[in-house]
Design a protein around this ligand. Structure first.
Ligand SMILES: Cc1ncc(COP(=O)(O)O)c(C=O)c1O
Length: 346
């Protein structure tokens, strides 16, 4: 099998030929010394796009999120997160290790907090309790299958947090997939949070990089945190230039990734032995639950591999498919047929 249709994650997406060409032509400097013009251009463009004062280019989404927390709170303060949020579950314990956060998890539904529960989670000032210092949101919400947080929901969370003087951080790793569906302007999304992290290396297909966006004294602190975390990069313009290309080239294509995911989900609905493990397919992530009595998710993952289809088994029952720029219509049809055949034969 020569070509693998790689549905494991959108992080496997490769830079386009135009990005590779742009890398060879990029004007660079030393960004730690503050004179890489391409990094500066990237930071300005994305800050403007989201209506934020400033941005910093960092190596990963994890670093962008953890810098945000460390710059928003002081150790021992409390951060409210949805229980399955990436920032809490999949960032190596960074919330406590890097930011020294006291973490308060709330069980969400489709990534959404129940408002009455959120309202109760803000603590009254008390010498006995940690101070509530930050609320984190995730757009799109990975674990509920790339579900989109409605703009009005985000505005309401911001209003509630604002009432208590608490800032909001948005992990917008896949906000581009959400925006392609909702067509809410990026600055409207940006206005719902004090800080936003966005990823260049998922739907946008850049090889490396994220940005943290925000304003004022927060961004001054964020720059310092990036420094002590070792996130300063020297001739980073060679990477940053891909983000500039992405704005013109891959951003306009993201709706197609979402559509391919919906197509895959629609076919999977008719396959005996699996069922959708999420209520809707809003964007580019599909979780299937393997319901077959004698077959589990790792077995299906391994059998799909033999057909040249890479997926991610998560536990015994869940199988994850993520569409991105490297997945074609033909890959979707092939993966669906392979799934059907495997579940008939296993
Ligand atoms: C929702 C979400 N946030 C943050 C990240 C972290 O990004 P990175 O892998 O660049 O550290 C990911 C990675 O998959 C993610 O899915």
């Amino acid at each position: 099998m020569s070509r693998i249709a790689d549905f494991r994650s959108d992080t496997v997406s490769r830079p386009t030929p135009r990005m590779l060409e742009a890398m060879t032509q990029a004007h660079v400097g030393d960004d730690v010394l503050g004179d890489d013009p391409t990094v500066q251009q990237l930071e300005r463009k994305f800050a403007n796009l989201f209506g934020k004062e400033a941005a910093i280019f960092v190596p990963s989404g994890t670093m962008a999120n953890q810098i945000a927390v460390a710059a928003h709170i002081v150790p021992g303060e409390e951060v409210i997160v949805e229980a399955s949020a990436h920032i809490h579950q999949f960032e190596g314990g960074g919330l406590s290790r890097v930011g020294g956060a006291h973490v308060r998890t709330l069980q969400g539904d489709g990534g959404l907090f129940a408002f009455p529960e959120l309202a109760r989670a803000f603590r009254e000032p008390s010498v006995h309790m940690p101070r509530t210092a930050l609320v984190c949101l995730e757009q799109t919400h990975l674990f509920s299958g790339g579900s989109i947080l409605p703009l009005e929901y985000m505005q309401e969370v911001q209003t509630m947090a604002g009432y208590h003087g608490v800032p909001v951080h948005m992990d917008g790793a896949r906000i581009f997939n959400a925006q392609a569906e909702t067509e809410v302007s990026f600055d409207a999304y940006g206005a719902t949070a004090d800080s936003v992290s966005i990823s260049l290396c998922k739907g946008l297909s850049c090889p490396v990089g994220s940005l943290l966006l925000g304003g004022g004294a927060f961004m001054e602190r964020a720059r310092r945190v990036r420094k002590w975390m070792g996130g300063g990069m020297r001739q980073a313009g060679y990477l940053a230039v891909c983000g500039l290309v992405a704005l013109e080239e891959t951003l306009p294509m993201i709706a197609e990734d979402n559509a391919r995911c919906r197509r895959l989900g629609a076919i999977a609905l008719g396959v005996e032995g699996v069922r959708l493990a999420q209520e809707t397919i809003d964007t580019n992530i599909l979780f299937l639950e393997v319901t077959h009595p004698t077959v589990d998710a790792p077995m299906v993952e391994s059998a799909l591999n033999d057909y040249g289809v890479a997926t991610l088994a998560m536990g015994d029952r869940l199988l994850r498919f993520v569409t991105h720029s490297g997945i074609t219509d033909a890959d979707v049809e092939h993966a669906a047929k392979a799934l059907q055949k495997i579940l008939q034969e296993l």
